[in-house]
Design a protein around this ligand. Structure first.
Ligand code: DC
Length: 228
């Protein structure tokens, strides 16, 4: 069977991109690359430096200078990989509600996108990779031979994110998580550069009413059908 060298998975917040993407990568023996962690890492760096998140020039400078490393997991605590920023392990810190609330603002800055997209594309071009994000099929790796746009209703996605956060000890209420997802969808899909949208040749996979295994089986079927 010929397998696509690059699989792009895009979609809105909490649509299951990371869960399905990781399973697919493990199945194929590919690298799993969640590009959202880079935007989260820059947002975390800005928050912990006390930077003004509305200062585009300052945040862009930060994105151009921080060193973000994505390494194999050093601990079995549910992480897919270690996210290291300038030597500090921030794997779980980037999942905090404060980062959730601010990451869409940071990722809308053109200079931030340019800095991070360049690094993402360099990794994607090596092949044998499942890349997940918002603009992989449209901007980062438009040549990917399989592009999946994973989606689900806002309520379903909020429910998944709420349960995830609770498991990690988060205190946010369901309505706060729902409002946050609404707002992020809005910012991500209306920004000027590389907005969230399916590529014209993406396959839309709506996972409402599906569990992880069902969605994974659908994704595997798409892989089998796709030629390089
Ligand atoms: O998938 P996520 O929730 O971890 O992504 C965090 C944010 O990063 C999201 O609100 C939009 C942004 N993002 C992006 O703009 N482009 C990507 N390729 C990945 C994420």
């Amino acid at each position: 069977m010929s397998v696509p060298e690059v699989i792009a998975i895009d979609g809105p917040a909490a649509s299951g991109k990371s869960t399905i993407g990781k399973k697919l990568a493990d199945e194929l023996g590919f690298l799993f690359f969640d590009t959202g962690v880079m935007y989260r890492a820059v947002t975390w760096a800005a928050l912990s430096a006390g930077a003004d998140l509305n200062d585009e020039a300052e945040i862009t400078r930060l994105a151009e200078t921080v060193i973000i490393d994505i390494l194999p997991p050093s601990r079995a605590d549910g992480r897919n990989c270690d996210i290291i920023l300038d030597g500090t392990d921030i794997t779980w810190d980037i999942r905090r509600a404060e980062v959730d609330r601010n990451v869409s603002l940071v990722s809308a800055y053109p200079g931030v996108r340019l800095a991070l997209t360049t690094q993402q594309r360099r990794i994607g071009l090596r092949g044998k990779v499942v890349m997940v994000g918002r603009d992989i099929g449209t901007a980062v790796m438009p040549e990917a031979s399989l592009k999946i746009y994973l989606t689900a209703s806002t309520e379903e996605r909020a429910r998944r994110r709420y349960l995830e956060q609770r498991q990690r000890g988060g205190q946010a209420s369901f309505s706060e998580v729902l409002a946050d997802i609404h707002e992020r969808d809005q910012i991500d899909s209306t920004r000027a550069i590389a907005p969230l949208r399916p590529a014209s040749d993406a396959v839309i996979l709506d996972t409402d009413g599906m569990d992880v295994d069902q969605a994974f089986i659908k994704a595997c079927a798409l892989v089998c059908k796709t030629k390089n």
